[in-house]
Structures are given as structure tokens and as C-alpha cells.
Design a protein around this ligand. Sequence first.
Ligand SMILES: Cc1ncc(COP(=O)(O)O)c(C=O)c1O
Length: 283
Amino acid sequence: MGNNMIAYFNGQFVSKEDVKISPDDRGFLFADGVYEVIRSYGGRLFKVDDHLSRLSRSLGELRMAPVSLAHLKTVANQVIQRNNLENEDATLYIQITRGVAPRKHPFPDIETSPTVYVSASVLPPSHGEWEKGIAVILVPDLRWGRCDIKSVGLLPNVLASQQAKERGAGEAVFVRDGVITEGSHTSFCAVFEGQLVTHPANHHILAGITRRVVLDLCVTLGIPFRESPIPERNLTGASELMVLGTTSEIVPVVRVNDWMVGDGKPGPISAKLKRAFGDLVAA
Ligand SMILES: Cc1ncc(COP(=O)(O)O)c(C=O)c1O
């Protein structure tokens, strides 16, 4: 698999290798596009409507033409089926750009069709991130002021993630004005005296779908929580830290830069959430 994947590209299902992106595509030239990553558990797309409504919001914020979410959902399920992923754990990728037009910064003609691409990948098995937890590094948040838009302009995230990799860490976590915002591709939360704390869903973070699921699970499980900024200087006082995301689900953080979180093992609230998350996915 991987070589012979079927993708959807501008109205057609084609072999992924046959997808040809124009060099004049605004996604290629300007990162003028948005995307989503949706998890498929045994062929079922998890929280697909939430992902599609976030996609629709991202399009709207960038003043791109709306798309039919019902159609996109059908396409998404088709891509899973056509790649025989009904019994696999996989991720579905959707990208929409402002289309192909001569390279000029302002929006192209109103008739320019967006480029729409949907593909799927089999998820490799996890490598014990859950059992052992991961290390993270803290890096300055050099991103723009609209991190709530899921844009394909991910250069600061790429650089931060590479830095983490080079330092043997599993994720880079951004710090803006002394406050922890989120990871390069995950949401971030901390536990202080039994209360889970995560950055408010404003322009400085992506409103993570997994973050929302975790906050809803806190309600169900009776875990107190608060959406408020976490000052970097308070981080050492946390008993547990976690990163959250569609692909990684809930991953405990056991080391930050050179210090250990709690006793260096995944904590009880992380364990509780992880179990409840598993139940939700199975349901
Ligand atoms: C910057 C950023 N924050 C948070 C997340 C987690 O969001 P979700 O749970 O919707 O996957 C992602 C996922 O890609 C991300 O890129």
C-alpha cells in the first residue's frame, strides 16, 4: 500500500501518482489554502462533522468559496472505501486551495475554481508513546495572529517540529508572550491540583477537535477544567502534561526541556482520559 493509493482530485478519483498540481496553484505559490486531517477507526471517520465544519470556517475566514460539506463527506468515505481501509486505522487528508491563476497576490478572478484534494494513509502502529510518555521542548511561537485558521502555511510548525526531532523530543510546544499556546501539531493541556487547564480557543491556537473531545470527557468524568492561559513560569508546578491531536490522540508529556514532569510517568488523569477516549472511539 502507499504506492497504489486512490485519491480524489478536482472531481475525480484517480491514482495518487496521477495527481498533477499546477505550478500556478496558489497553494504551491502562497500556501493559500486550508486542510483537515480526520482519523478513521476501522473505516469510520471520527468526529467527521466537526472537522468539516472547522474546514468550512477556515475557508470562510480566508474568504474562499464555500464547499458542499455533504459532498465532501461522501468523497471522504469513498476514499476510505476505494483504498480498502474499512478495517484499518487510517488518516484522511483534505486540502483545498484558492486554485490556479497567474501569480499575483490579490485573489484571482471569481470564476477560478478551488483545487480540492482528498487522500488517505494507513496509520503506522504507535511506538509506546502512551505507555512511556514523550519529551517536549519549548520554543518561541513565531506564528501569525490567526492560528485558529487551519492553513497549509505551516513553516513555523515545521521548523519547531524539526528542532524537537533533533533534540530527541516528540513535540515542540510554542510559548507566546510567556504563555504556553499549543504544540506544533497538537493541543496542549496541564493538570494543576487536579484541575485540567488548556489555552482558550482564541486566535492564538487551533480549536482542536481532540481538545474539545477531552473537555467534554472532563464533564462526563467529573474532572474539573478551565480554559485559561498557562504561564510558562508555572509549568513546573503541573502534576501532569498532555498533548492532544487527531493522529496522536492523548499523549502524556513526561519531560520538558531538561526537567521531569511529576514522577516522570503518565499520571492518573491522563490515564482516565485515555481510557474514556478509547471507549468513545469504540462506541
Ligand atoms: C497547530 C495544531 N494545534 C492543534 C492540533 C490538534 O487538532 P485536532 O485535535 O483537531 O487534530 C493540530 C492538528 O493538526 C495542529 O496542527
